[in-house]
Ligand binder design. Structure first.
Ligand code: UDP
Ligand code: MG
Length: 334
């Protein structure tokens, strides 16, 4: 049997996916990068949950440049379930995979959930209940970080502290991408054109009435996390440069303090020479001052460079992702 209908040819337009039949009430976006060992189980778990809750649903798996059989496995699920799969032309990163899924979604309510089901789908019912209570976006927060190493926890908390400096957007520290939101929220997110995407910041930036639901996370059953230290560090830099200007502005303060200190020190040397007539041996002072100022200046130029690189990316105006192929569920006509 021909597995699924597929679209060929790269595109950044996900509107081709638009369903002609009655729109689903719920779209579930699942970003997936090398998840062949999880995706089938995840789709089964989602389907049995939405059948139990009796909600008409579409699942949109976004294959974010996987090197394994994620696309094929997920596409095959489209024979039995309302599963569409967007295959991105390469690995664009989770933030862009989520954006691709959101822009392809058609449901009145959209949920995002990881393909490894570390966030149990059983919380969906409670989260949808909160939407009914009038909240516009309901997100999961992890109950504890006991499973994480001490350096990772320190790094995370330092990152969120820096992020909140000089930023008027509230970005909750333990929030997950696992969330449900109504159509207005999704449209607001899709309208944001930036390429340097830090979704947790964008969720905060758009505002709306939000509610946190604490969840207990589970361990991955297959594969390993894509977010090692260097991936997290890159994401942290994107978050900081997108949501606070504090690292740019701090140099005005540092420069001013150094200037005042050096004037005071100059006056002190002047006074000392006038009063006591001491000949100041200055070699060590000058050497330390040169290295110190050189270091400070290089750091500040580096920070400016980091922001400039982001501006450069935005100015180039390249799309955040390219869809190489779309697989639609079996029973959906063109
Ligand atoms: N993911 C993705 N693109 C990437 C990296 C990850 O779409 O470049 C997906 C991944 O398949 C999973 C989710 O993002 O569904 C979370 O990734 P992971 O489980 O590796 O991260 P962690 O749970 O450790 O935060
Ligand atoms: Mg995970």
């Amino acid at each position: 049997m021909n597995a699924t209908k597929t679209h060929k040819g790269p595109t950044t337009d996900t509107s081709e996916l638009t369903v002609k039949a009655p729109l689903p009430d719920l779209s579930i976006v699942v970003p997936a990068h090398n998840e062949e060992g999880n995706i089938e189980q995840t789709i089964n778990a989602i389907m049995s949950e939405v059948v139990r809750l009796n909600i008409s649903t579409e699942i949109i798996v976004v294959d974010d440049g996987s090197a394994d059989a994620t696309f094929k496995t997920a596409s095959n699920m489209g024979q039995h379930f309302p599963v569409s799969v967007l295959r991105l032309s390469r690995n664009f990163g989770k933030e862009h995979a989520i954006s691709a899924g959101l822009s392809a979604s058609t449901g009145n309510i959209v949920a995002i959930i990881d393909a490894d089901l570390q966030e149990p789908i059983s919380y969906l019912e409670e989260m949808l209940g909160e939407l009914k209570n009038g909240y516009e976006m309901v997100y999961a927060v992890r109950g504890n970080r006991d499973d994480e190493s001490v350096p990772k926890r320190l790094f995370t908390s330092a990152f969120y502290k820096l992020l909140s400096m000089g930023s008027d957007v509230v970005i909750p520290q333990d929030a997950r991408d696992f969330r449900v939101m109504n159509r207005n929220v999704v449209d607001a997110l899709c309208a944001l054109p930036e390429r340097n995407r830090f979704m947790k910041g964008l969720y905060g930036w758009i505002g709306f009435k939000t509610k946190a639901v604490p969840i207990e996370m589970k361990q991955r059953t297959s594969g390993r996390s894509s977010f090692g230290f260097s991936a997290l560090f890159k994401l942290a830099l994107t978050g900081i440069t997108s949501f606070t200007n504090f690292p740019l502005r701090v140099w005005t303060g540092v420069g001013s303090v150094l200037a005042i200190l050096s004037i005071l020190y100059g006056l002190w040397i002047f006074a000392k020479t006038i009063i006591w007539g001491v000949d100041t041996p200055g070699f060590a002072t000058i050497t330390v001052a040169i290295f110190f100022l050189g270091g400070i200046q290089l750091i500040s130029i580096g920070v400016i460079g980091e922001y400039l690189a982001r501006v450069f990316t935005e100015v180039k105006g390249r799309p955040g992702f390219i869809v190489a192929e779309i697989s639609r569920p079996e029973n959906q006509d063109d």
